[in-house]
Design a protein around this ligand. Structure first.
Ligand code: CA
Length: 407
């Protein structure tokens, strides 16, 4: 999965189980050749040539062995389709919501200081903390980060990405932040209550409790300030909204929906989009995209420029929308409306068939992976426009029927 792209892996343990942000991997087309030991010696030389101290390299990597269980996890990520409402319902239930409010209250001074330094408001940070680790309560992942990342760097599937991660993991040790034995976390290399990859940790980690070390595994101030710092690096603008639930009219030009389309908020007002609650929608120039995670009959949101920080954090749209929505909840918004429904949620098999049909119609290129990613959504929109259905990028049984018909 694709925290991909920027951050890599499944985010929380729950997500590891769901593999919703994981990529669905068939057997890789690549093969590992050569021994792990020889590979590791080469890697050590390369790290030293890049200026990492021999002492840190030895402390981190001497005696490290290949971990087959990591590869098993990597290959074993299945695809499990969950709709936004299912996922948000599961990840942002009453217990986690109430606990979030409590954490905001108990850590008010810390959150205020983080907002002052980064511009990222407390509910945004608290929501990610809640989703990634249940506010630090989840301690299940028990992998040696160095061993896991070394295994994935040796492995052929994503070696370039994990080579960089491994170098940065060694740099974390070199900088004196953590000892190798303190680097315990996810099989894909993420650690701490905000689930940072080693590269994000090294480059964006903040020592916020002032003890001279970035310790995201044991210091809540370090972990939360680092999360806010990462969002700031993704372009977070202070004082701007990130996501807002809206009501949409039935006659909207549906092809205008999707993160790839932006209009000034005034244009959405002109088309009849209204705030779902609270004050009327401002008819100003703030750019906004209409997000319909379950199509035109499901929940509807306007996503503002700050939403990009969420898709950088995790490219899976269901995760990004859930995290942003949960932050609005902790900031005072009511529960999301399910929309006009009912929405038929496609199964993995449905999505696989859909992808095969889209490929046959030359509307999609690439692999059949059973995931409703950005490419598949874009292809669905093209197909809807082609056959004259409302182009909201969400597949329906009717669209499938039309695609199965004439090619
Ligand atoms: Ca610290």
């Amino acid at each position: 999965m694709t925290r991909w792209l920027k951050r890599l892996a499944p985010v929380t343990a729950a997500l590891v189980m769901l593999a919703i942000s994981g990529q669905a991997w068939a057997a890789p087309a690549c093969r590992n050749t050569g021994s792990f030991e020889r590979w590791l010696e080469d890697f050590k030389r390369e790290a030293a040539a890049e200026g990492i101290s021999r002492q840190a390299i030895a402390a981190a990597l001497d005696g490290v062995t290949f971990d087959p269980s990591v590869i098993k996890r990597d290959r074993g990520q299945g695809v499990f389709q969950q709709s936004f409402l299912q996922f948000a319902g599961r990840m942002t239930g009453d217990g986690r919501y109430q606990n979030g409010l409590k954490q905001l209250k108990n850590n008010a001074a810390l959150f205020a200081r983080i907002e002052k330094e980064t511009g990222v408001p407390p509910p945004v940070v608290a929501a990610l903390w809640g989703l990634e680790s249940d506010y630090g309560a989840y301690k299940g992942a028990n992998f040696s980060i160095i061993r896991a990342v070394a295994t994935l760097a040796y492995d052929c599937r994503r070696s370039a990405f994990f080579r960089q991660q491994l170098k940065d993991a060694v740099r974390i040790i070199e900088r004196g932040d953590l000892r190798p034995d303190q680097m315990i976390g996810n099989w894909a290399g993420e650690l701490g209550p905000t689930q940072f990859t080693p590269s994000d940790y090294y480059k964006n980690g903040v020592d916020f409790d002032g003890d001279g070390r970035v310790d995201m595994t044991r210091s809540v101030p370090d972990a939360l300030a680092s999360a806010a710092n990462l969002l700031k690096g993704f372009g977070w603008q202070p004082g701007q909204p990130w996501l807002q639930e809206v009501r949409v009219p039935t006659n909207l030009p549906w092809h205008e929906a999707g993160l790839e389309v932006q209009h000034p908020r005034s244009q959405w007002v002109k088309w009849g989009v209204a705030a779902a609650h609270g004050k009327p929608l401002l008819a100003d120039n703030l750019p906004a995209s209409l997000v319909l995670p379950m199509g035109r009959n499901g929940p509807a949101f306007l996503a503002y420029p700050n939403f990009k920080a969420y898709t950088e954090w995790n490219a899976a749209i269901v995760y990004a929308t859930t995290a942003a929505y949960f932050a609005t909840r902790l900031a005072g918004a009511p529960k999301v409306s399910p929309g006009n429904g009912p929405v038929q949620v496609p199964t993995t098999q449905n999505v696989q068939e859909l992808q095969r049909l889209l490929i046959a119609h030359r509307l999609l290129t690439g692999d059949v992976d059973g995931r409703m990613g950005a490419m598949t959504r874009a292809a669905v929109k093209k197909a809807q426009l082609k056959v004259g259905l409302p182009a909201d990028s969400y597949p329906t049984p009717e669209l499938m029927q039309r695609l199965r018909g004439g090619r």
